[in-house]
Structures are given as C-alpha cells and as structure tokens.
Design a protein around this ligand. Structure first.
Ligand SMILES: [Zn+2]
Length: 225
C-alpha cells in the first residue's frame, strides 16, 4: 500500500487511481467509468407536486453499495465524495439550478436522527447548495411523524406511510425550491414534502436526488433542455 493510495467507497479497494478524493477515500477510476449514469441534462417527470426530478445516477451496481454503507454503516465521511461526484455531473445545468431560491434536504425523524447520528441527505445538500447558489434551508421542512422505513415497504404502502409526515414551519411563500434526497424510488417522500411546501405557499418545486431506482418504469424526457 502506497502513501497516496485511497479507498474507493464503491468497491473498497485501495488504489492511487482515485477521483473526488477527500481524505483517505474517493472513487476509483474503474468504478467511476462504470457509474450507472442517467443523463443529468435530462429530467424525469415528477408526479403531482414535483415538476421534475433530476437524478444523475441509477441506484445500482457499486454506487448502491456505497450509498448503503453511507446510510446504514455509519460511513458519514462519504457525504463529501458524493457531493463532489454530483457537482461534476450537475455542472452543465448549474445555471438552471441556480435560478431556485432554496435547497431543502428531506428531513429525518428525530428517532432516525438519534439512531444514525446524521441526516444523509442534509450532509450532501449543504455543499451542493453553495455550489448551485441556492439557500441551504434544512429547517424549511420538519418531520412531525415517525414513519416506517420506506425501503422496507411495498410501493403501494409508501404513499400512506409518509402522509402527513412533514410540516413547513418557515416562510416559503413564493419561493422556488429544490428538494434533495439520496434516492428516488416511487417519489412518495419528495411528493409529500412538495405537497407540504406548496401548502405553505411555495412556488415551483423540483427534486434533485443522488440516485434513482430503475425498477420504476420511467421515461426520461427532455422537458427543459
Ligand atoms: Zn472502485
């Protein structure tokens, strides 16, 4: 092992061929070349309250392993690597994202926060907000209900699980909002967040996620670009 080696958060190999290095971790060239990319310059359509969803990667292959370790094995430091990875992918559409007022991470319940010790979406969202030029607004949404873990539920159960789970205590009247989450699966969570923000007077709302599951039959559409 050489001094300049770092560990790849996707395959866990140590190598000098590393991108987005932050401290002793990053993404190796091999994993980076195999990243399951969507096209971040194209958007997925939202459901009802979310206009569209930008997700640069599919929740698949080695990226999935890295996200799971980040969320469930306490690999908090991965946040910085994910943020750098996203910045690179979002660079071509940065000008468009910069038109939004606020970047709001999906909040965790107090119970989940106590278990995990960090909000995985917030840690990635904060450096992204600075990059985009939107206000980082972690308090614009609050969890008011302890919900069951979405990942353990069937698709049809997810919507009711998050129903009424959020409140929007701050003044969001007329604000355009980007909601940030780590994974977009059925969209139930970000739709419920958007519904809550709209109810508090927010304007245009889109979602930005690190990854999107490809189990859902989604048609990428170039609505904007
Ligand atoms: Zn790797």
């Amino acid at each position: 092992m050489l001094f300049h080696d770092a560990m790849c958060i996707c395959c866990r190999m140590r190598t000098a061929d590393i991108k987005y290095r932050r401290g002793g971790i990053g993404i190796c060239g091999r994993c980076f070349s195999r990243m399951p990319k969507t096209s971040s310059t194209m958007s997925f359509s939202g459901e009802k309250y979310v206009d569209y969803v930008i997700s640069p990667f599919y929740y698949a292959k080695h990226l999935r392993a890295a996200i799971l370790a980040y969320k469930f094995n306490g690999a908090k430091a991965y946040a910085k690597v994910f943020a750098e990875l996203l910045k690179d992918e979002l660079e071509p559409i940065k000008y468009m994202l910069g038109g939004f007022d606020m970047l709001v991470p999906v909040p965790l319940s107090q119970r989940r926060m106590n278990e995990r010790g960090y909000n995985q979406s917030a840690l990635i969202a904060e450096p992204l907000a600075e990059f985009i030029g939107a206000d980082y607004s972690p308090d614009a949404l609050k969890r008011v209900k302890n919900t069951r873990r979405q990942s353990g539920l069937k698709n049809y159960e997810r919507k009711s699980n998050v129903l009424g789970a959020f409140s929007a205590p701050d003044n969001v009247k007329g604000k355009s909002v980007i909601i940030f989450d780590d994974i977009y699966t059925t969209g139930s969570t970000v739709e419920e967040c958007a519904k809550t923000l709209k109810g508090a007077g927010a304007g245009k709302i889109i979602a930005l996620t690190l990854s999107i599951t490809d189990r859902r039959l989604i048609t990428p559409e170039a609505r904007l670009f």
